[in-house]
Design a protein around this ligand. Structure first.
Ligand SMILES: Nc1nc2c(ncn2[C@@H]2O[C@H](COP(=O)(O)OP(=O)(O)OP(=O)(O)O)[C@@H](O)[C@H]2O)c(=O)[nH]1
Length: 354
């Protein structure tokens, strides 16, 4: 007698999480371009108002995922809008005649994966979909630089202004919460550190979780589709044992929110000298400890728009596609930082560059 597998017939869903700029969108883009014939539906959740990730992925031209299979959830972090946004989106997706082979969900870099994974236990979802696995992408260079460990001074400073701030460093906590949820950890950006740095990153990551999920290394999120989409875990059944700091605090009567982080959009005119602009932007990011900055710029005389991606003060830029005829040209950048970031000063400094 063969026993039916518990997940048989259900659509597998992979949850991709990881801190701001770790390389989630890059990994998904690579996945869509190498999806081994699978039809993938993509749900993208982003912190910040510009929808840059969705735009990057829609532009990647992969057959595995047509534009109508890319659904953007922009109404805040997915972990806080599960009932209002995520469940109705999933229900609609499941009602489609032409169902996907696999669902991939990119959480915002600030989201806690736990409430999202727990939502797969809702009866209407559970009967149709299972969580194949949670993949946590790690920016190895940021870990090696102490991004998630050494901001205790900053937290102490924040605490002086906000006596309700009872957590350890918000970055450190979030980093641990995203690792705690993982079935697979991808140590990304290995091109930016050497072998001994990478070994320290492995040790640091391992020290922050009690379970031992598989860790693999990657550059530019290049991980085979068979690995990413073949974990077969059924994580919804295990997530109750992978509690986040926030869930533990919630059980103690505290609410969860994202007040520790802030984002805003800066709109500018054309950028005449991109190289000079980027160079000066680096200085502003470092001075104000901006965590993430991304968006598109208009360069006079160029038919293409310039994609600008900053993670800390490391900035990538390239012309990603031509402006379309109906599109409003201009420069729009989303800026994300901790809630004590001085928005007025950052806005003024960036605006003064043009
Ligand atoms: N050097 C290097 N850069 C990388 C690698 N992976 C991604 N990047 C760059 O890092 C930046 C952020 O990558 P994304 O894929 O947008 O990161 P993300 O996790 O989706 O970011 P958020 O959605 O904002 O949280 C981009 O400029 C990427 O090109 C890598 O392995 N090495």
């Amino acid at each position: 007698m063969t026993l039916a597998k518990p997940h048989q017939g259900k659509i597998p869903a992979t949850v991709i999480t990881g801190f701001l700029g770790a390389g989630k969108t890059t990994m998904i883009r690579n996945l869509l371009q190498n999806a081994d014939g699978k039809r993938i539906a993509l749900i993208i959740n982003e912190f910040g108002d510009l929808g840059v990730d969705g735009d990057v992925l829609k532009g990647c031209g992969a057959e595995a995922c047509s534009e109508e299979d890319i659904i953007e959830l922009t109404n805040g972090c997915i972990c806080c809008t599960v009932a209002d946004d995520f469940i109705p989106t999933m229900t609609k997706l499941l009602e489609r005649e032409n169902r996907p082979d696999h669902i991939v969900i990119e959480t915002s870099g600030l989201a806690l994966p736990q409430p999202l994974v727990a939502a797969f236990n809702w009866p209407d979802i559970r009967s149709e979909v299972t969580v194949d696995g949670v993949v946590t992408v790690v920016d190895s260079a940021a870990v090696a630089a102490g991004r998630f460990a050494d901001d205790h001074d900053r937290v102490d400073a924040l605490r002086v202004n906000d006596e309700n701030l009872d957590h350890e460093s918000p970055l450190e906590e979030l980093f641990e919460d995203q690792l705690t949820a993982a079935d697979l950890i991808v140590l990304n950006k290995t091109d930016l550190i050497d072998a001994s740095g990478l070994q320290s990153v492995r040790e640091e990551v391992a020290s922050r979780i009690s379970r031992k999920p598989t860790m693999i290394e990657a550059r530019n999120g290049e991980v085979a589709a068979a690995i990413l989409l073949g974990l077969g875990v059924g994580t919804e059944g295990e997530i109750a044992n992978r509690k986040s700091h926030h869930e533990m605090e919630h059980e103690a009567g505290e609410e969860h929110d994202h007040d520790e982080f802030d984002s805003f959009v800066v709109e500018l005119g054309p950028i005449a000298e991109p190289a000079v602009f980027i160079d000066q932007l680096k200085g502003i990011i470092a001075e104000h400890d901006v965590l993430r900055l991304k968006g598109f710029a208009e360069v006079p005389g160029k038919p293409m728009r310039l994609l600008i991606q900053a993670v800390g003060s490391r900035i990538d830029q390239y012309f990603d596609r031509a402006w379309t005829s109906g599109e409003m040209r201009g420069t729009r950048l989303v800026v994300i930082g901790l809630h004590d970031m001085n928005e007025t000063a950052v806005r003024a400094a960036i605006s003064a560059l043009v």
